[in-house]
Design a protein around this ligand. Structure first.
Ligand SMILES: [Ca+2]
Length: 509
């Protein structure tokens, strides 16, 4: 037998013996796609995420269905929209319901949950879990485990990665694993590591074209929102003082040593730079962590049979429309990064197929060879990843945000995004916004009141009604949301400062 055929046979046998793939799902908090170089970032370089994109498939159109932390995480676990899984705002998640973690456990997977959780109740369906309380802390963070509360000294992004590597090295080797490795960064109050703080504080970043957006033609929600770079970044955000006062003038030392008092647009520009310096420094540590995990998989023979996902729980405004934060259905916040590599995934590919965070649960189950429950609302991405998007793949997606007024005086809304247009409805204001995403990708010109677009508006209203019905949204939470806060304090047994190994031992059920 020729060597080539022998090798082919050996590889075939190895892939059969390998069984269902491991799944490593890395999710960061508030990481905008446009802060990743593989997505064409104009403000930073992310070599490790680019490396993942090179070995896998990058989704150019990945969206979340409710752009906010807790609801997004509930959707990941259930494969369902907020109005079906019962978590539309920051209310506690009912962990007794069907979740993908439980289903994967039943399918023979060793399951783990590490890092930011923010669902209020304890994780269910995980063999090992260690989560940050609420938002968690950037430095010397506390973690909640089934055994009690532990503290691990160091920087949270590095620690979360270390815990992930410890999970991998101590896992039972006779089972495939599903690991949710959830970074807290780069969430507000953007606190960089010592490694990157000074380096990024010296950088200057390109301003987005819409930093000084005046919100003309969009009076429904934008003018009253309180997540603007100009008027809402406070002393704490800007690392000027510990209070939440918003500076309206500021003495800043110039490169030539003189001191200048900044006000108005100059001050907004300064705030934008300070915000980006810290936010992007946080992103850099997340990127490092992705690299360390990829190295581990390669060195330990796991790369061949492990699917690696990278995504974020929501998008983020990087000064776009003059904003920070998320929540709105506008592109910077609706859109999330999604890069997937692994067995059966086309390498170096970019797909335009719409992926939603409702799709993850079905995708995991599909790869595991397990049955996908009929009540899950997403669709497996597996064929898309193999390079053959089904002919009937979605070309429109439904979105709904509820938290009104919330922390930033955001108006509740729902809408539909197609491949070319977006229609948003602020139901409490009865205000419509229609955008042509091809001619106006920055969503500056609301066409809803333009008679020339009356036909298009009518078509999109019908499309919105269709996707809303398809998502089984009967306005269940349109007026009142469930009670119970994910940030309520808990009395837990304090176990003191622990090493990574000790902390991970406490994570066992
Ligand atoms: Ca988030």
């Amino acid at each position: 037998m020729k060597l080539a055929s022998l090798l082919a046979l050996t590889f075939a046998a190895a892939s059969i013996a390998a069984g269902p793939p491991n799944i490593l799902f890395i999710m960061s908090d508030d990481h905008a796609a446009h802060a990743i170089s593989a997505y064409g970032s104009k403000v930073n370089q992310t070599p490790q995420l680019d490396r993942l994109a090179k070995s896998g498939t990058r989704f150019a159109n990945a969206f979340v269905t409710n752009s906010i932390c807790t609801p997004s995480r509930a959707t990941l676990l259930t494969g369902k929209y907020s109005h079906i899984n019962g978590t539309p705002v920051f209310n506690t998640f009912d962990g007794s319901q069907q979740t993908v973690a439980k289903l994967m456990q039943s399918a023979g997977y060793h399951t783990g949950m590490i890092g930011k959780w923010h669902l209020g109740t304890d994780p269910t369906g995980f063999d090992r879990w260690i989560i940050l309380p609420g938002q968690g802390a950037y430095n010397d963070p506390a973690f909640i485990t089934p055994a009690g509360r532990v503290t691990v000294n160091g920087y949270v992004t590095d620690i979360t990665t270390d815990l992930g590597l410890e999970f991998l090295s101590t896992r039972p080797k006779d089972k495939p694993f599903l690991l949710f490795l959830h970074q807290k960064a780069p969430h507000r109050n953007w606190t960089p590591s010592e490694k990157y703080r000074d380096e990024f504080a010296k950088k200057t970043f390109a301003e987005p074209a819409t930093l000084f957006d005046k919100y003309d033609t969009r009076p429904g929600a934008l003018p009253s929102n309180k997540q603007t770079v100009a008027n809402d970044l406070n002393n704490r955000d800007l690392k000027l003082a510990l209070d939440a006062k918003v500076p309206t003038e500021l003495e800043v030392k110039q490169p030539d040593g003189t001191v200048k008092t900044l006000t108005g647009d100059d001050l907004t520009r300064y705030k934008y730079q300070r915000y980006m310096q810290d936010y992007l420094a946080c992103v850099q540590s997340v990127d490092d962590g992705v690299g360390r995990v990829l190295d581990y998989l390669e060195k330990n023979g796991l790369a061949e049979n492990t699917l690696v996902f990278y995504t974020a729980d929501n998008g983020f405004f990087l000064g776009d429309m003059g904003l920070f934060d998320k929540r709105f259905m506008y592109e910077p916040s609706l859109r999330v990064p999604l890069i997937i590599s692994g067995p059966g995934v086309k390498a170096g590919a970019v797909t335009d197929a719409f992926a939603l965070n409702t799709d993850f649960a079905s995708t995991f189950l599909d790869y595991a060879g397990a049955q996908i429950p009929a009540d899950m609302q997403g669709r497996s991405l597996k064929p898309v990843l193999a390079g053959s998007t089904p002919a009937d793949w979605r070309t429109a997606m439904y979105y709904r945000y509820y938290h009104d007024p919330g922390d930033h005086n955001t108006r509740a809304h729902y809408g539909v995004r197609t491949t070319t247009h977006k229609l948003i409805y602020y139901w409490k204001q009865d205000a419509w916004e229609l955008f042509d995403l091809i001619t106006d990708p920055n969503e500056q010109h609301n066409l809803a009141n333009d008679p020339a677009f009356a036909t298009k508006l009518g078509e999109l209203k019908l499309e919105l009604a269709r996707v809303k019905k398809e998502a089984k949204d009967d306005d269940q939470f349109s007026q009142e949301q469930p009670k119970g806060s994910v940030d309520a304090a808990k009395n837990l047994k304090p176990l003191g400062v622990k090493t990574i190994t000790e902390a991970m031992s406490a994570a066992a059920q």
